[in-house]
Design a protein around this ligand. Sequence first.
Ligand code: CO
Length: 466
Amino acid sequence: MEQKKVLITDTTLRDGHQSLMATRLKIKDMLPMLEQMEDAGYYAVECWGGATFDSCLRFLDEDPWERLRTFKRYFKKTKMMALLRGQNLLGYKPYPDDVIEAFVATAVENGLDIIRVFDALNDMRNIESTVRAGKKAGAHVQGAVVYTISPVHDIQAFVKIAKEMQQMGVDSICIKDMAGIIAPLIARELTLAIKAAVDLPLEIHSHYTSGMAGAAYLLAVEAGADIIDTALSPLAMGTSQPATETMVAMLQGSPYDTGIDLSKLFPISAYLREAIKPYDIKYAVVGGVDANVLSYQVPGGMLSNFASQLGDDLHRLPEVLAEIPLVREDLGYPPLVTPSSQMVGSQAVFNVLAGRYKMVTNEVKAYLRGEYGRTPASVNEELRRSIIGDTPVITERYANIMPPGLPDGRKKIGHLMETEEDLLSYMAFPEVAEKFLQTRMAGRIKVDLNMAEANARDGMPGVCPI
Ligand code: CO
């Protein structure tokens, strides 16, 4: 049989800790394993973007740009990947094109090799400026097709998106199953259909939430997928990716062998298992299968949000879960991925606690005005009118009518800026970044990277060589 090596993108440094420890892993605890990760034989490491940017500024007193440059000192042959939410960049609402362009160009300058871009609604107009900026900056741009289950999503709908991405000039395609609900035989069918329609490398990204991801990967690989996303075992399974070690072992000796030497992975995981122990356990979602995702498509992250939103009303969670499919239908079946997952989730909570649509979030209002793009199916028109009245609905690409953002941002934050990157942090998360920059200016942030790197050079603490 023809030898077809399957490549691995390791997500430990992004999705792994985002899924299992609320994106709290600090750079100082990553440093001791970066050299070994670079040496492991991965195609890429997903290490930036998603929630990491926000978390660095908001919780960790870390400059996300500094983190990116630090990674680049270690990852030379291994490509560095970031996940961007298209026009929503790293946030929860659309940003103007000038911000997208500057952000993407600067991220590539600081070391990014691969930009994975998706739009929560699969509205291709929302990834245009990111794709263009990424290509212009010389990055590999990957278009991610957001997988979901609804009456209006079928294989052909996803293939159409992949084709549009190819026409837009992306370098590869990703099947992005953020909820971990793709059934193995569907993964096979979708892979075959995309590979037949589009002549580009195909990567599959799933989560272990429903327990199907390992099998889905295997069938996708047999059907022609080129790259799979996995996380090192201490931050794998549960709502994270299948374990890197498991997938490497599963494919070993087959025509799809990854070529990765398992013995190189064991010490890295041994280190990581110790390194995450001191973190507050309340962030950690215990692994295992969460059957809720199969009935309501509610990913693990959303469930923990409900717990905090409901507070004393936590006993009403079953009502909220039952409300989600109804809100989704009213909103035209958006996939449940940031920011639409937060939007649908919060609205479902309000509907249960205050009565249906008695309270409506600003995000849902903006969504109904068309600011997030074209919805997969029509929204409930009666509901739309009752919420936004006669306000006209935007049907063109919303960014076309947004004024540039950078000049205004520079006026507001110029006094705190040390670099152009600071302005981009501010554009991405104004309040959080301003607070971070003020704290830094006051000299209260002292992350001693030199010290941490010195420790890293001394070898990985707490590791028994296997
Ligand atoms: Co993911």
